[in-house]
Design a protein around this ligand. Structure first.
Ligand code: V47
Length: 376
């Protein structure tokens, strides 16, 4: 395969990777242009195996979207409704959000991932009380809640600094931030697809502050719409630069654009080969972010399995209820049991490891896999 990489004119990139040298913007673009997907996968898989061997992580988690009322008008979004009372809009009461956790009392969950629309009328206490309630119901649960975009919105709405918002949420039980809202950092793209929400510098600065306050976070990239190859690599380099400063990112998560029911519906969804390519280049460019995650809800289960040979070492988790992708046309199931995840990793030729949010091992690769169950 090394000869094939040389013949493609990528020998210098393979040498850099061997010497643990950083790839540049131009290297990243050349990787995106490489016509040989298997050669690219081979390079990315070497980096994956250097870090993680065959281990593939997943998490026993639930997803909660407490409201879809959102004042932002992102063109790619199929989930948001502008105003309370608009058809299809909903806002859960605090009791309803807590019920989502109470209903799962029998499950050994380790994480709740909460993402919401930007609701203009809820008090800040709605969010702090939500977190306090979750911790009261289940003191050990990890709360990965609110994207940097939500944090910026809270700061503007409630007249606080970004740091004050983070501190108050942390005092109420917030443990880490999810990576949503990053989209593409390039201002050209942001102006077109999500002009009225927090910009890239502020997104990154909120993660910087969260890291300083002792929280970990993830960073995402929405691909397959109007962005160029250069803008994808630029996005990765901005995340890499912050990671050099703080070391607080745990995972990079490329998110495939889903075109149903939104204002960009004329665009085709990215192909499976493009998805493998984006995950592979992410692994190669992001030398300092430990994990590259394929969100199986977005990629589809089979492509997620393939991605385990194209740089990916993490599949998110059981999820159990998902709205953002399913309202945008995802045909994946909304939930997966841990036994089904272990099995799909095993049959893809990798070793399943259940992790908590901070990548502590919960169930190692040698544990026996139960027969896949449809309901947990
Ligand atoms: O920020 C919205 C994306 C994100 C669409 O941190 C869309 O562990 C594709 O961030 N097509 C929310 N994508 C989901 C998210 C996430 C997912 C998994 C794991 C983690 C993590 C975070 O979903 C949004 C936006 O980028 N999104 N609409 C769409 N039509």
């Amino acid at each position: 395969m090394r000869q094939r990489v040389d013949a493609l004119g990528l020998g210098d990139i393979a040498d850099k990777l061997d010497a643990r040298e950083r790839l540049s913007l131009e290297d990243g673009v050349r990787l995106f242009e490489c016509p040989d997907l298997l050669a690219l996968g081979w390079l990315a898989n070497r980096e994956r195996e250097k870090r993680h061997g065959g281990r593939t992580y997943y998490n026993f988690n639930i997803r909660l979207e407490a409201t879809n009322v959102c004042v932002a008008s992102c063109l790619f979004c199929s989930f948001a409704r502008l105003k309370p009372g608009d058809p299809g809009s909903y806002t859960m009461s605090l009791e309803q959000t807590w019920d989502k956790l109470r209903e799962r009392a029998h499950q050994p969950l380790t994480e709740i991932h909460v993402v919401n629309g930007l609701h203009p009328d809820l008090p800040f206490e709605y969010y702090t009380e939500m977190l306090r309630g979750f911790k009261q119901i289940r003191p050990g649960i990890h709360l990965k809640c609110f994207t940097a975009v939500e944090i910026a919105f809270f700061a503007d709405l409630y007249g606080m600094s970004d740091e004050q918002v983070l501190r108050e949420l942390q005092a109420a039980g917030l443990d880490s931030l999810p990576g949503g809202g990053a989209e593409i950092f390039a201002e050209r793209v942001r102006r077109k697809i999500c002009h009225d929400k927090c910009g890239s510098d502020r997104y990154l600065d909120i993660h910087r502050t969260a890291h300083r306050l002792g929280m970990r976070s993830n960073v995402t990239m929405l691909y397959g719409h109007i962005e160029t190859k250069e803008e994808r690599v630029d996005h990765m380099l901005r995340a890499r630069a912050l990671q050099d400063e703080t070391g607080g990112f745990q995972a990079f998560i490329p998110l495939a654009f889903h075109p149903d029911n939104n204002q960009m519906r004329k665009l085709p969804a990215p192909s499976a080969t493009e998805t493998l390519r984006v995950h592979a280049v992410s692994r190669l460019v992001l030398d300092n972010i430990p994990h590259v995650k394929a969100f199986w809800i977005a990629t589809g289960v089979e492509v997620a399995q393939l991605a385990l040979w194209f740089g990916v070492d993490d599949l998110d988790g059981t999820v159990q209820e998902e709205k953002i992708y399913h309202m945008a046309g995802a045909r994946t199931p909304e939930a997966m049991t841990t036994s089904a995840i272990r099995r799909l990793i095993r049959v893809a030729g990798r070793e399943p490891v259940e992790r908590d949010t901070l990548y502590n091992v919960v169930i190692g690769p040698d544990a026996p896999d139960e027969a896949p169950a449809l309901v947990q």
